[in-house]
Design a protein around this ligand. Structure first.
Ligand code: AMP
Ligand code: MG
Length: 396
């Protein structure tokens, strides 16, 4: 059985980069940049005023104050400014170019207007309220580095450096194959012994959140022949195949046998974690395969822990593994040593409140959790008040 960190590292390191494609800037959120986005011109592109007020030259402030200066001209946002008339103040607005010859802006709140004169009570400091050309990014600097997973703020910066297109990694195509005679579509008529397939929709949503394209394959029953045929169909045209269920050691757990019959090669199939011990990882040609346990909490958590980083690494994401935080345990958390434990919890400020029901069957506690608390495999637990590591589910 592989330790968690080693399994994760092997998965992320073996991920092959997909190709790239050019997309509209506005569609970039959640995608991974496949180029260094350079500032082709300085940002900002010209000196401009950060305030409504008056552009002045400090050389006009001679002798004792206050200094009444005649107001000559105006600089508005979106237009070229005429040079400053020597000895005068130029009316200026936020975002407007600084007139040539001005070296400071005095905000209008600090100026007394008296007819066509403006009276200044103090000498402004050099460069006051002037945003300089290139002060945010010099020409040629990298605005966004390759491997950046794009947020709405990155889109803003991309627009600020005058792009309307981005080169991003192609979206991985992910097929999800759920196994089990008992499964039916959510909302369909119940028959005795059947349950709604809850993993399919959840995994599809996680896949989409990782920037990939999910496809739900037709579900398959629990015979070797049916599973093999379903695998052959599902393997076509995808970058990652997720199988769900049938991967442990029960008599009806046929997925591993069927995978080997279709020629897939498994790298490993057990990881030292709780919940979710059976997890198969392998490949078939260019297609990666993750075999997830069927139990909904195990399936969704193991995909969150291993599948999300894999999909991110396939897109060239520089940070495919989610950052961990720390919180204080509200109450004691115990475990039997041997496997790394992931515990559903809610976060309140810097406190972690462990869900009462940690049963691997409790979909409710997973839906209500903000985070997974992590106990190392050799840990027997932590006392109330002790610091515990967590992964925030919203940051997967
Ligand atoms: P398995 O790994 O196939 O032995 O399944 C373990 C448990 O998870 C069983 O109780 C299954 O009924 C349940 N299960 C398997 N697949 C799903 C699914 N897609 N949605 C909901 N429950 C499932
Ligand atoms: Mg099953």
């Amino acid at each position: 059985m592989l330790p968690f960190a080693e399994a994760l590292q092997r998965i992320v390191e073996s991920a092959t980069r997909l190709g790239s494609e050019r997309i509209e800037l506005g569609l970039g959120v959640g995608r991974v940049l496949a180029e260094d986005l350079m500032a082709r011109s300085p940002l900002p592109g010209f000196d401009y005023s950060a305030m409504d007020g008056y552009a002045v030259a400090r050389s006009a402030f001679a002798g004792e104050g206050p200094w009444p200066l005649p107001v000559r001209g105006e600089s508005r946002a979106g237009a070229l400014a005429a040079p400053l008339v020597v000895g005068s103040a130029c009316r200026i607005f936020t975002g407007a170019p600084i007139p040539e010859g001005a070296d400071a802006v005095v905000m209008q709140e600090d100026v007394t207007r008296d007819g066509d004169h403006a009276r200044f009570a103090a000498i402004p400091t050099l460069g006051a309220h002037i945003r300089r050309r290139g002060e945010d990014l010099p020409e040629g600097a990298i605005a966004l580095a390759r491997g950046t997973r794009l947020s709405p703020f990155h889109i803003g910066l991309g627009a600020a450096v005058d792009r309307n297109e981005l080169l991003v990694a192609r979206r991985p195509r992910v097929t999800i194959l759920c196994t089990g005679e008992e499964l039916r579509s959510p909302g369909s008529t119940p028959t005795p012994g059947t349950i709604p397939d809850s993993n399919g929709p959840s995994l599809a949503a996680l896949v989409a959140a990782a920037g990939a394209i999910p496809t739900l394959a037709p579900r398959t029953g629990d015979t070797l022949e049916a599973t093999e045929a379903a695998l052959r169909g599902a393997l076509r045209g995808c970058d990652l195949l997720l199988t769900v269920g049938g991967v442990s050691v029960g008599e009806h757990d046929l997925v591993r046998a069927a995978l080997s019959r279709v020629g897939a090669e498994l790298e490993f199939w057990k990881v030292q974690i709780r919940p979710g011990k059976p997890l198969a990882f392998g490949r078939h040609g260019e297609t990666f395969i993750l075999g997830l346990p069927g139990n909904p909490v195990s399936a969704q958590l193991t995909f969150a822990l291993f599948g999300m980083p894999l999909l991110r690494a396939m897109q060239g994401d520089r940070a495919p593994i989610p950052a961990r935080g720390r919180a204080r345990l509200r109450s004691e958390l115990r475990q039997k040593p041997g496997r790394m434990g992931f515990y559903r919890a809610q976060l309140q400020r810097d406190w972690a409140i462990t869900a009462e029901n940690q049963a691997s069957g409790s979909a409710v506690s997973l839906a209500q959790a903000d985070a997974l608390l992590i106990l190392p495999a050799d840990s027997e637990g932590l006392a109330a008040g002790e610091s515990v590591e967590f992964i925030r589910l919203a940051e997967l």
